[in-house]
Design a protein around this ligand. Structure first.
Ligand code: HEC
Ligand code: HEC
Ligand code: HEC
Length: 429
């Protein structure tokens, strides 16, 4: 009898041990996937409780506030079953049946597997502390705030289907495609949107996919293989280094890409980072007027000889050259080169105007904030001076992007504000 009980007890302990080991595993996997999906960047505010919501997001029809997705029963998703959670994340429908605005990137998340969504559910239910923080109503005016037209929008624009591996491609390529199209929702910023705010493409079957787009006055660059303003000159290792650290020989992350690196891509495993790079390197270029970049030393000579008659040259010497250098090549990977930089060659000047007006938030990688940060010049320089210095950069050192007007600067100035000086790290639990 004693023996039988002992055996039963030991068996029970072993089963419980195994069950909790399994769910710890699922929770850890779910946490990793939540990182790769960057849920935290939208569902939290700096200084607030993780995932308690409250971030204001602009949409073309008015601002909305991101919701509380902690396991709080009253204000969060504590009463969501795994099926409710799946419906919200992959199909854009909340538990009470209302349609979510596509500011929640469910059109991308729909590519994720059910197993991955279940792991994320395990993390949100067991790894995230509940926060009793009520949701704020949207500022979208009536009747535009009716949600049923979103069902039609879904039918017209979104293909809510799980990612299907391409048997003709390698395992790494398929993993990269899965992460980029799905969890990473890279296209939410990097793919142009149509008239109804729909992404022009959700996968690589269309050349618009990741071909560059402007959102919130930042141009999320072309990630295809164009040479000048795309990733054609970047090796796989350059891409992985950038996603890991925010820096490489070609540039430094700034604007909205900072929150992607700070909260998401730096946490990817080496294999996943390499997979993303493999996939991006496979997307052919799309710009018919793509050029090879070649450095031209004439700008450097003019600056060193104090020939500053070109508009913008004097401003560059007074305000920019101590960080970006006479030769436009910056210093190391921390003060980025402006010569041949993919952002500098971007046909859309939004990012250059924005960063010169407002500076950039600070990269925080492995807990260490970057020592350098691009300062804001909105007070020191007027619209014409910024237009001139940005035009100077875009045509100096062999760069071949177009001129920028004071009107373009004026518009961005009126709709943006200086980047926060705070060092912002979002917690996940
Ligand atoms: C780009 C911003 C963004 C990201 C990234 C994002 N969300 Fe959301 N999410 C939103 C917004 C905005 C809403 C509210 C939409 C609305 O009110 O129609 C929302 C709503 C939700 C809801 C519905 C909650 C409710 O009852 O209101 C759930 C669940 C959710 N998100 C989970 C997630 C998870 C899990 C992730 C990561 C896998 C994620 N979200 C990533 C913006 C985002
Ligand atoms: C919230 C918007 C947003 C999301 C989501 C986003 N990006 Fe970006 N990304 C940007 C912006 C804006 C830039 C341009 C600023 C810069 O170069 O740092 C950029 C730049 C980049 C660059 C540098 C390109 C260059 O030519 O300098 C790479 C590489 C990149 N993103 C990859 C990704 C990948 C991979 C994903 C998905 C895992 C992703 N991004 C998701 C906004 C975003
Ligand atoms: C104190 C040093 C400093 C000064 C001065 C400075 N910058 Fe920067 N700049 C940076 C840093 C650092 C970055 C990288 C983004 C970041 O980390 O904030 C950057 C990024 C940029 C970029 C984006 C390049 C890329 O990585 O793709 C442009 C364009 C730029 N600066 C233009 C200017 C202009 C124009 C001026 C003068 C009006 C100027 N900078 C003055 C430090 C500086």
């Amino acid at each position: 009898m004693r023996n039988a009980l002992q055996v039963a007890g030991a068996l029970l302990a072993a089963t419980i041990g195994q069950a909790s080991a399994q769910s710890d595993d699922a929770i850890a996997r779910g946490e990793y996937l939540a990182r790769a999906s960057n849920c935290v960047a939208c569902h939290s505010v700096p200084g607030g409780q993780a995932f308690a919501g409250g971030l204001k997001m602009a949409t073309p029809i008015g601002a909305i506030y991101v919701t509380n997705i902690t396991p709080d029963k009253e204000h969060g998703i504590g009463s969501y079953s795994v099926d409710d959670f799946d419906k919200a994340v992959r199909y854009g429908v909340a538990k009470d049946g209302h349609r979510l605005y596509p500011a929640m990137p469910y059109p991308s998340y729909s590519k994720m597997t059910r197993a991955d969504v279940e792991a994320m559910y395990a993390f949100f239910m067991n790894g995230v502390p509940a926060a009793s923080v009520p949701n704020k109503p949207s500022e979208i005016p009536s009747p535009l705030n009716m949600r049923w037209p979103l069902a039609i929008w879904n039918v017209l624009f979104v293909d809510l289907d799980e990612y299907e591996p391409d048997a003709g491609q390698s395992e790494a390529w398929n993993r990269g495609a899965y992460l980029v199209q799905g969890a990473g929702h890279c296209g939410a910023c990097h793919t142009p949107r149509g008239l109804a705010w729909n992404e022009a493409a959700l996968d690589d079957s269309d050349d618009d996919f990741l071909s560059g787009a402007m959102l919130d006055h930042w141009s999320a660059s072309n990630l295809r293989q164009d040479n000048a303003a795309g990733l054609g000159r970047w090796s796989q290792d350059d891409i992985a280094e950038y996603l890991k650290t925010g820096h490489n020989q070609f540039g430094t992350a700034y604007g909205t890409m900072v929150e992607v690196i700070n909260n998401s891509t730096q946490y990817l495993t080496g294999d996943d980072m390499a997979a993303v790079a493999t996939y991006l390197k496979s997307l052919p270029g799309v710009r018919s007027n793509d050029l090879d970049y070649a450095y031209d030393g004439a700008t450097t000579e003019a600056l060193l000889d104090r020939k500053l008659d070109q508009p913008g040259a004097l401003t560059y010497v007074q305000h920019c050259k101590h960080c970006h250098a006479d030769n436009g090549m910056g210093y190391g990977t921390f003060l980025p080169s402006l010569a041949g930089n993919t952002s500098t060659l971007d046909p859309d000047p939004s990012s250059l105007i924005n960063i010169t007006l407002n500076g950039s938030g600070r990269l925080v990688v492995e807990g260490l904030p970057d020592s350098y940060r691009m300062p804001p010049f909105r007070v020191l320089l007027n619209d014409q001076q910024i237009a001139d210095v940005v035009s100077f950069i875009r045509s100096g050192w062999g760069n071949t992007a177009g001129k920028v007007s004071a009107e373009q600067v004026k518009l961005v100035r009126s709709e943006t504000s200086p980047a926060s000086e705070r060092i912002e790290i979002l917690k996940m639990k």
